[in-house]
Ligand binder design. Sequence first.
Ligand code: URQ
Ligand code: ZN
Ligand code: ZN
Length: 480
Amino acid sequence: MSLLIKGGTVVNADKSQRSDVYCADGLIQAIGENLDVPLGTEVVDAGEALVIPGGIDPHTHMELPFMGTVTADDFMSGPSAGLAGGTTMIIDFVIPSPEQSLLEAWGTWMANAAKAPSDYSFHVAVTWWSDQVKEEMGVLTREHGVNSFKHFMAYKGAIMLDDEMLLNSFDRCQELGAMATVHAENGEIIYYLQKKLLAMGITGPEGHVQSRPPEVEGEAARRVITVAGAVNAPLYVVHCSCKQALDAVAEARANGQAVYGEVLAQHLVIDESTHYLTDFTQAAAHVMSPPFRSKEHRDALWGGLQAGTLQTTATDHCAFCAPQKALGKDDFSLMPNGCGGIEDRMSILWDRGVKTGMLTPNDFVRVTSQAAAEIFNVYPRKGSISVGADADITVWDPNANRTVSAKTHHSKMDFNLYEGETVTGLARATISQGKQVWDGKELRVEKGVGRYIPRPTYSKVFERVKTYGKLNAPRRVERV
Ligand code: URQ
Ligand code: ZN
Ligand code: ZN
């Protein structure tokens, strides 16, 4: 199976060049002009389009059991929707129940993901703490290629961790050479405000956003950055949604701390007013955590992405349909939290970021693919158009446009955050493992050909944490 992408401009995060790309055996074999390729090689015409590394979405939840239901997209439909949008790899989450063996949960998620049509990997959530958890984290890094562990500071009474558990787990991450990642919202304040709002009779989706003001996210971000610094653990803050979280990440990075930030496409463009829509189904469809914010916050997030304070973009694709959201029809705190978006992330970033001049095409590649590959240590196998890299490639048409709709998207969700929006920039073709799986109109995916991608520990972020952090440089005084 060999394929030649002809006539395009190869765009990596560091440079762009007009080149053809020859793929065979699932790998990029040659990049250049007038390549000599075997007879029978399939040709994909990329004339005038950009040839970019397939998108990597470092934050998705396929088949996640959560808040009394299971997300609507499974490991076949979700990644297929991603392929139609130019995303060729996801990093999903194994989320054990408290007291559940991490290894047992690992086995469940690996079985679920076996149906995937494209490559995937897993962050593993630490949802409780014990010597067993500590031991299993070691097994997961040594034997299963896990190099990132997720921690939730929200969702009290479910998967929320306290500071002591965070310290234990972050210290273990540092010891193992693994990245600690975190959902930073103060779950105690949220829980308290939820009860107060419900007691006032505020039971609709508008209660969700009022129980999670940006200060609640900012406090958790600052606290978790301090916790990570105390044990010298590199930290990745997922779905930064507000100025307060962004400022916390920026300050930590300016202090030389190994802190990284992620922003979701939807947090860059969707407004908090969606939580106050009078149509319940529409308002409920927007319930995710952290909630959507005002323009001031969105402008700050765009600035953070431009400045490199935020390194990656993701979707947190956690799809619940209207009947599932209705579980919270009388009590917003029972409404399954999550929105979709895996198919639209790259078009949104191009339309609102590159077309408006906030991001260059090279930035676009960095924030949709390369940065995630580097941080989670699969670069340059993933996140680059380079000889020897996996042939996960998107032929990106910077001028074509499409109108987004749940009627035409490939997710199983009955709703689309960007419904009716016409966006410029789309995947004219998507290549996965050297095979064209999307041609701009049809998916040609094959169930189960996706591979689990192991991620080695000690990514380059660990080059910045060789010495102890400012908070705990150990020093001993010899006294006579
Ligand atoms: O918190 C998350 O990241 C998961 C449970 C998805 N839901 C959400 O509202 N972000
Ligand atoms: Zn989260
Ligand atoms: Zn999530």
